[in-house]
Design a protein around this ligand. Structure first.
Ligand code: ZN
Length: 214
């Protein structure tokens, strides 16, 4: 998992930095998202795409109502598309969000072997795409860049919805102002051993075990 490069245009850079700094996300004080996330995981296991799509729409409607934004549309699709890079490497697309149409697309099966996506990965993708929607509709981040703050907000939503302990990730500085996760360092640390404030200087952030690339 890698953050986007720092934009060069001052206006985009200002938005990027504000997003990067915003680590907190308000969360519902009840279990409205937990029960809907559980319904999604159950639907995924059953493998019926129509039911998965309905469960996603129900989750997104509840989340949108809490954040006081219009619910995004959602389409649950079959096998993930493969994106082939010039280098010959290919990556799978887990989900995406179209800003203009406010539509989330999410794939329910792996690209090559067509296996059902795990419940955790699927929910993580859905939360990630919803956070793009929230960025645009609520937080004023019209370009919704992938910053450390963005990943942290998506993680907060994911862990809240799934009822799992927040997992801390370690960030390593990369060229062009980017950050990537140091998995080996993260695996050595116990969950919640360090507060967010303590973790800031070392570049530690709360994120789900894995997040999609889009
Ligand atoms: Zn994204």
């Amino acid at each position: 998992m890698l953050t986007d490069p720092l934009p060069r245009k001052p206006r985009l850079l200002a938005e990027f930095l504000r997003s990067d700094q915003m680590a907190e996300l308000e969360l519902p004080p009840d279990n409205r998202l937990n029960i809907r996330a559980a319904a999604i995981e159950s639907a995924i296991k059953d493998g019926k795409r129509v039911v998965v799509g309905q469960a996603c729409a129900d989750f997104l409607a509840a989340a949108a109502a809490f954040y006081n934004v219009q619910p995004p549309g959602v389409r649950a699709l079959a096998a993930r598309p493969l994106r082939v890079r010039e280098s010959g490497w290919s990556t799978e697309l887990f989900g995406d969000y179209t800003f203009e149409t406010m539509l989330i697309r999410i794939w329910t099966r792996t690209a090559v072997r067509k296996q059902i996506t795990s419940g955790g990965t699927f929910l993580s993708t859905l939360c990630h795409e919803f956070c793009h929607h929230l960025d645009c509709q609520r937080l004023g981040f019209r370009h919704s860049p992938h910053t450390r703050g963005f990943y942290e907000r998506a993680a907060a939503l994911y862990h809240h919805a799934r009822g799992t302990p927040v997992k801390r990730l370690c960030w390593v500085r990369m060229p062009r102002g980017r950050w990537r996760i140091d998995w080996s360092r993260m695996n050595r640390l116990a969950p919640r051993a360090m507060s967010l404030e303590q973790s800031r200087p070392g570049g530690m952030f709360n994120l789900p075990a894995r997040l999609p690339g889009e």
